[in-house]
Design a protein around this ligand. Structure first.
Ligand SMILES: Nc1ncnc2c1ncn2[C@@H]1O[C@H](COP(=O)(O)OP(=O)(O)O)[C@@H](O)[C@H]1O
Ligand SMILES: [Mg+2]
Length: 234
């Protein structure tokens, strides 16, 4: 049996709000194997982003652990947790989070700079640039590499964000409602791109409230539903 790439058992996260405890995740069990596409379907406010942030090492669970490749990421010392986030995970944020003053190409390259640090990045800049250009071509943006985000459509911004997430060859791509802010047609194109990346071997976890995304994952992987802080549909 293949070992899980990413795994959590009884994962809990609550927030203190207005003097009371809001239990958002009440014991999540999830296993992601290499090469899998997993979709997590949930209504707005059900805790999808919270779960994805926990899996990506962006915030700490209230209880339990997240096991990546056999080790609890939240037991790692700070630098190693940064390394996990930068090296092993590619995160596609719901609102793209592109830097407005940088071009599409620079937005993709910056992921490598964060990973390598400025000096090593300068030394390897040529190769980084080539890889970023190849990724932008892969996501269909060869003609848009010098554009700043303000000059790009929503679908194009999402493509840049996906290229950036792939820059460091992540073991797992975590996508937070990748079609959530796009019209139906553009969303379908982004879904097609994600499907192709999955065909090329990319492991991914997508959280969504888009039934089209869930249907696609159902045909090629697994769909879990996030309801009342727990996942069903193993
Ligand atoms: N940092 C936070 N502090 C307090 N409450 C939060 C925080 N982050 C999320 N929540 C609450 O947790 C619930 C789930 O949020 P979220 O994970 O963003 O849901 P979804 O992504 O499914 O829309 C919401 O009720 C939200 O208000
Ligand atoms: Mg969300």
């Amino acid at each position: 049996m293949p070992r899980d790439l990413l795994q959590a058992t009884s994962l809990k996260r609550s927030f203190h709000e207005g003097g009371r405890e809001l239990h958002v995740l009440r014991g999540i069990d999830i296993n992601v194997q290499r090469g899998q596409m997993v979709a997590i379907l949930g209504a707005s406010g059900s805790g999808k982003s919270t779960l994805l942030h926990l899996l990506g090492g962006f915030e700490r669970p209230t209880a339990c652990s997240v096991i990546f490749d056999g080790r609890n990421i939240y037991d790692l010392p700070g630098g190693k947790l940064d390394h996990y986030r930068n090296q092993h995970v590619g995160f596609v944020f719901q609102f793209y989070h592109l830097l407005p003053e940088l071009t599409a190409l620079e937005n993709v390259m910056i992921a490598a700079m964060i990973r390598r640090g400025p000096l090593s990045w300068l030394a390897g800049q040529g190769a980084t640039r080539q890889r970023a250009l190849a990724l932008l071509e892969r996501v269909g943006l060869r003609e848009r590499t010098r554009h700043r985000p303000a000059k790009l459509s929503g679908g194009e911004r999402q493509r840049v964000a996906i290229a950036r997430a792939l820059m460091n060859q992540p073991d797992v791509l975590l996508a937070d409602e990748p079609t959530g802010n796009l019209d139906r047609n553009t969303g379908a194109n982004i879904l097609q791109l994600l499907t192709e990346l999955h065909d090329e071997g990319q492991t991914m976890v997508i959280v969504t409230h888009d039934e089209h995304v869930a249907a696609r994952a159902e045909s090629r992987g697994s769909v879990r539903r996030l309801v009342d802080g727990q996942l069903d549909g193993l």
